[in-house]
Design a protein around this ligand. Structure first.
Ligand SMILES: O=C(O)CCCOc1c(F)cc(-c2c(C(=O)NCc3ccc(C(=O)O)cc3)noc2-c2cc(Cl)c(O)cc2O)cc1F
Length: 386
């Protein structure tokens, strides 16, 4: 739909309306329970209300950003995508949920997901545009860090809702690729084999490491389970394998890069050890390397969007360090861990190595979405700071 003056007025009115509601976090248990008796009509009624609320909450926050950032060409583009998607969803506000509408709704969700597929890179480009055109003081950097953490968490949550609906009702089920994907409930694997995901992420990171360094550290996996359960029990959980894979792949790339750089040209590189433990509340994955670590004073930099926004890796240049990306790998991985109330912590020991720990909730009813809520106080926060 064209952005006419009348439409713009409607968008503003709808933004004010939907942003006054808080997003409704769903637990993994709720996703699974709904998915086991999935009803497309019910999902449609929930999403045509919840998606505008989540979009409006983050769009109001985008509107609080200072002009100098909002005017960056890449940020203008992202903003336009959000406005178009908000309008697309609003078209279903009053529609009768007949089969034609449900089909069109699914189609619209796919269109929105595709429209936003490059948002992370485009926002990273917006940060680079800002850095190259303005001086960024500490407070500005801090506020952009605050915004981007919330912005990317919101995006993870919106894509989760879209993926669940299109996977459950979009008719691709028969073509679901990969081993026993038929047991998946949308993007959730009710029996996610954690050690299999660890091995998968390791092998793919190792491939890149071998390509660049012509060698790679070995992997050791050790499993521990709380003593109420036989210790040989395979540790599985209800989770989104693609989220866990994303976190592990990032951590393996970093651990391998550090290990290969710190022990260059030795015969045998120290292995990377992953400890998997399952307690009553938490499932922990601790990745331990002997890559020499970093100074404690540098720890926070690794999670910064502004600090590590390296020039974009040229896709054509095959000599680009394959283990380096946009520098967003770690902060986004931490958001994936936090999304279902887990966390990702780094414990560097300079001169020795680094432990990276992924915490996840062991109980699916405790693993609920952690969603940013647009609050009026944010406006003062952004206006004063930026
Ligand atoms: O571009 C991307 O997306 C990847 C962005 C990320 O790229 C990095 C990377 F893979 C690995 C390291 C690194 C170093 C290092 O590099 N040590 C040497 C140095 C010594 C001193 C100082 C200092 O004084 O500041 C800094 C580093 N030591 O341990 C780690 C390390 C870091 C993480 Cl997050 C991890 O999960 C495991 C690790 O072993 C740093 C990275 F930054």
């Amino acid at each position: 739909m064209k952005l006419t003056l009348k439409n713009c007025r409607n968008i503003v009115k709808s933004l004010d309306f939907y942003s006054q509601f808080n997003p409704s976090p769903l637990s993994i248990k709720k996703f699974i329970d709904f998915g086991l008796n999935a009803c497309e009509h019910q999902s449609f009624l929930f999403l045509r209300n919840e998606l505008p609320i989540r979009l409006a909450n983050i769009m109001k926050e985008i509107s609080l950003l200072p002009e100098k950032l909002l005017q960056m060409p890449s940020v203008v583009a992202v903003n336009e995508w959000y406005k178009m998607s908000f309008q697309d969803i609003l078209e279903f506000e009053k529609q009768e949920a007949d089969s034609k509408t449900l089909y069109h709704f699914c189609d619209t969700l796919v269109k929105i997901r595709n429209r936003h597929s490059d948002v992370v890179e485009t926002m990273a480009q917006g940060v680079i545009e800002l850095k190259t055109s303005h001086d960024i003081d500490y407070q500005t950097e801090h506020s952009i860090q605050y915004f981007l953490d919330r912005f990317y968490m919101s995006r993870i949550s919106i894509r989760m809702l879209i993926n669940q609906h299109t996977l459950l009702f979009g008719g691709q089920l028969e073509s679901a690729p990969g081993p026993n994907k038929s047991k998946y409930i949308g993007c959730f694997d009710p029996n996610c084999d954690i050690i299999e995901v660890i091995k998968d992420a390791y092998e793919n990171a190792r491939f890149l490491c071998d390509q660049y360094y012509l060698a790679s550290p070995e992997l050791i996996i050790r499993q521990f389970i709380h003593n109420d359960i036989p210790h040989e029990t395979k540790i599985t959980m209800v989770y989104v394998p693609s989220h866990l894979y994303h976190m592990l792949f990032e951590l393996f790339k970093n651990a391998m890069r550090a290990t290969m750089e710190y022990h260059n040209a030795v015969e045998k590189y120290p292995p990377i050890t992953v400890i998997v433990s399952k307690g009553k509340q938490d499932i922990c994955l601790k990745m331990c390397d002997k890559g020499g670590g970093i100074p404690r004073s540098s720890h926070d930099h690794l999670f910064k969007y502004m600090y590590s926004t390296a020039p974009q890796p040229s896709k054509s240049d095959s000599h680009t360090v394959p283990l380096a990306g946009y520098g967003y790998g770690l902060p986004i991985s931490r958001l994936y861990a936090r999304y279902f109330h887990g966390d990702l912590n780094l414990l560097p020991c300079e001169g020795y190595g680094t432990d990276a720990i992924i915490y996840m909730k062991a109980l699916s009813n405790e693993a609920s979405e952690l969603l940013p809520v647009f609050n009026k106080s944010a406006s003062k926060y952004y206006r004063n700071a930026l």
